[in-house]
Design a protein around this ligand. Sequence first.
Ligand code: KE4
Length: 428
Amino acid sequence: MRYQRSSELFKAAQEVIPGGVNSPVRAFKSVGGTPIFVEKAKGAYLYDADGNSFIDYIASWGPMILGHAFAPVIEAVKSRAELGTSFGMPTALETEIATLALDMVPNMEKIRFVNSGTEACMSAIRLARGATKREKIIKFKGCYHGHSDAFLIQAGSGAMTFGSPSSPGVTAGTAKDTLLAAYNKLEEVKALFHEYPDEIAAIIIEPVAGNMGCIPPAEGFLEGLRSLCDQHQSLLIFDEVMTGFRLAKGGAQELLGIRADIVTFGKVIGGGLPVGAFAAKRSIMKHLAPEGPVYQAGTLSGNPLAMAAGLAMLQALNGDQKIYDRLEAKTERIEIGFREVLEGRDIPFQINRLGSMISLHFTEHAVVDFETAAFGNNPRFNSYFHGMLNEGIYLPPSAFESYFLNDALSYEDIDKTIGAFEKVAANL
Ligand code: KE4
């Protein structure tokens, strides 16, 4: 593979954009090398500035679940654009996509659209604090809920004290209201409720973690969080920015059978345009402005162009009962193929998978939380990433990301991916 043009473009980008990218993970910092500058994409394939093509396993970090340039979405955006792109006034289109989303997702009665997953999670926390009149939240180490201050918190000193800022610019005042626990460790959550009785507004969690690689919830873990929230009148927030409309039509709530109090969305719900959302029962959403006092707003929230893309995406997913079976089967094929490649080699590995979320970890430890995910052999991951890239397979450029399969992937693509891994594994 040649990356000459991407290198030139990266150099130019770094002159005018911090790090040359508009989102850090794109810069290949953790895997090394020069980021690929993409020119176009169609179906399961990416085409870069050097004329290389790749089978795509990030699907724009989730949104392109039906493949790139999905015709119904493109058509919807084209025809909608002719009517004007933004009005700052309500449109019937927003009611249409809100109604469909609430039909698809169980247990939710109202939904508010925003412009990103970050905005959805930030707003959900504010709503939970406003509704409960409490200030503290619990999040889990390694879970990512976007880059608003309340979430950029790392474990403080000691096992279960409140957090400390994980980024300059986040204040100690903010950090003191974010408590941390280890994913899948219910006893740590119980201890926080014991330590801060009546102060915890909400628990926010990725019901299937995708930002430590893929980590499914342990048996009884989410059920335990549900009962702790019921016991302490705290709210359970499922961050379904990744899992929403991906694990099932109704997301993790449907697949895992656990009911959250607030659910956040992003990625798929926008069909590739900037959309986030958060939903809850009427009794919670009534606190949100302009109905209630909890303020939240956005110039482009519910933007008709983005709503048109999201509506076309949700209509396609809602109309195709087999999509999730197809995605599950293709992801299982990847898992089986990768296991066959690695069995018998002296390469310790774990493969975590739930539905079409999957990740490969080069470690002998079971990957069940951030600490065990961090045991991964990153140099080995980096040569795996670049080896696969050179074979025309585009994987997430970080050991701490889930792969996102899309419905446009053929079994020929899957088998080509496994064949590429066979070649790459020989040099790991
Ligand atoms: P955005 O603000 O990036 O739309 O969504 C934030 C977010 C919230 N919740 C979860 C569970 C998420 O995974 C994300 C964003 N995911 C990352 C990939 N792990 C986006 C990629 C990026 O940061 O460029």
